[in-house]
Ligand binder design. Structure first.
Ligand code: AMP
Length: 194
């Protein structure tokens, strides 16, 4: 894996444990010479992760839409920065540059971006590993909800299994290296009109 895309909060969260988790992931990426691709902001957990990667000697590539350069305080010290025209272009570029995707704790933007790459995976647009780096059980309810999707017949178990989840960055990245994408159809019953 050359580069991993990380989605995470543009806010710092209320607990210092979130920033510590960003630092730990940054160290692990740098140690493995895996570059970071992220949203290009210098604020919140996003800025923390980028700065920790740079401090550890890692490569950091930002992708930010023009409209957010000021609002999200674009980072000025990255290895490379792509300023793009739209949110859609941002997400496509981040996905193209990366060999895997991780979500650290974050808000709506974090979830939107992570679930988009998951759904692309489910439809076969790519076969790259996707994982939740959980901190303090932040994603426990989300994991429960995905189990419910399976139970209620809206998600196949194999696609549920695509969401690699753990609290240790080294373990998560090890699992990325050996990830095998599921070979199943998304549709449980494909029948016209139910
Ligand atoms: P949040 O988790 O809400 O703090 O947002 C984290 C990052 O996701 C920020 O850089 C937001 O600009 C970005 N974001 C929010 N919504 C979207 C979207 N629809 N497409 C792409 N990026 C988004």
């Amino acid at each position: 894996m050359k580069r991993v895309c990380v989605y995470l909060g543009s806010n710092p969260g209320t607990d210092p444990a979130y920033a510590q988790a960003a630092d730990a992931l940054a160290r692990e990426l740098a140690q493995r010479s895996i570059g970071l691709v992220y949203g290009g902001s210098d604020v919140g957990l996003m800025g923390r992760l980028a700065n920790a990667c740079l401090d550890a000697g890692g490569e950091v590539i930002g992708v930010i839409p023009e409209l957010l350069v000021e609002k999200e305080v674009a980072h000025t010290g990255l290895t490379a920065m792509h300023v793009v025209a739209s949110m859609h272009e941002r997400k496509q570029k981040m996905a193209d540059l990366s060999d895997g995707f991780i979500a650290l704790p974050g808000g709506l933007g974090t979830l939107e971006e992570f679930f988009e790459v998951l759904t692309w995976n489910q439809l076969g647009y790519h076969a790259k590993p996707c994982g939740l780096l959980d901190v303090k059980g932040y994603y426990a309810c989300l994991a429960d909800h995905m189990d419910r999707m399976v139970h209620e017949g809206f998600l196949v178990q194999e696609h549920r299994g695509m969401v690699l989840t753990g609290s240790d960055p080294a373990d998560l990245l090890d699992r990325f290296e050996t990830y095998a994408p599921p070979q199943v159809d998304k549709w449980i019953k494909r029948k016209k009109g139910l």
